[in-house]
Design a protein around this ligand. Structure first.
Ligand code: GSH
Length: 228
């Protein structure tokens, strides 16, 4: 039995999607990040980075959504490329999402919605970089139905996690610029497993308010002293 540490945010969503698609049995443990449950000593032993998702599989403990997707793909053989020749593409695109799409999208959301001051240049930079990364994804999807051609893989699941947030990140009509990505989102969105994954945030009564204690737990740097 797997143990999945989650909330309803984009990175845990990707793992929820794999778990729901694969039919693997798992126990979900909610981590309410607005209450600071990601910062407890007990949780830091599971995820030293103090974020969700994390996963336990017997004696194996994993953190970072893309590492978990790769682990589960290799463990089950599901949602992996059909041919060995595609392994290079799998690793490249998965790392591109992990190191580019996700972080730039996250910073874009932060400076647009949560930064204590509205600062023009950080907002411009992260909007620009988020759009640039999504354009690269869209161009890739113009070449084939899925990120790795004709098979639905963990790379598509990884793309999907952050793409669910594009309207919040870049505006309600932003997705219109990326029709190939929109097509993939519609395809994934029509699957029953996706419906189940999207509602993981409703399986527990997570704190909703962005009050000061929540902001301190999520963005401690806002309240930190400047380094000397
Ligand atoms: N690289 C990590 C990033 C994890 C991450 O940033 N998770 C967010 C939710 S999407 C989180 O836990 N935020 C709470 C916090 O930063 O305290 C991954 O892909 O799993």
């Amino acid at each position: 039995m797997l143990t999945f540490y989650y909330n309803g945010a984009p990175n845990p969503l990707k793992v929820a999607l794999f778990l729901e698609e694969s039919g693997l049995q798992y126990r979900g443990i909610p981590v309410d990040t607005k209450l600071g449950e990601q910062h407890t000593a007990e949780y830091r032993k599971i995820n030293p980075n103090g974020k969700v998702p994390a996963l336990e599989d017997g004696d194996t403990t994993l953190f970072d959504s893309n590492a978990i997707l790769l682990y589960l793909g290799e463990k089950t053989g599901q949602f992996m490329p059909r041919a060995d020749k595609d392994r290079g593409a799998l690793l490249s695109w998965l790392m591109f999402v992990a190191s580019g799409v996700g972080p730039y999208s996250g910073q874009c959301v932060h400076f647009r919605h949560f930064a204590p001051e509205k600062l023009a240049y950080p907002q411009k930079r992260y909007d620009f970089e988020a759009r640039r990364h999504w354009q690269i994804i869209d161009d890739r999807l113009a070449e084939g139905e899925f990120m790795l051609g004709d098979a639905y893989t963990i790379v598509d699941m990884s793309v999907w996690g952050w793409a669910t947030r594009i309207p919040f990140m870049l505006g309600d009509t932003a997705m219109e610029a990326w029709p190939n990505l929109g097509r993939l989102m519609d395809w994934i969105g029509a699957r029953p497993a996706t419906e189940r994954a999207l509602t993981i945030g409703e399986r527990h009564r997570f704190k909703q308010e962005f009050d000061e204690p929540a902001m301190r737990n999520l963005y401690p740097q806002i309240f930190a002293e400047d380094p000397a």
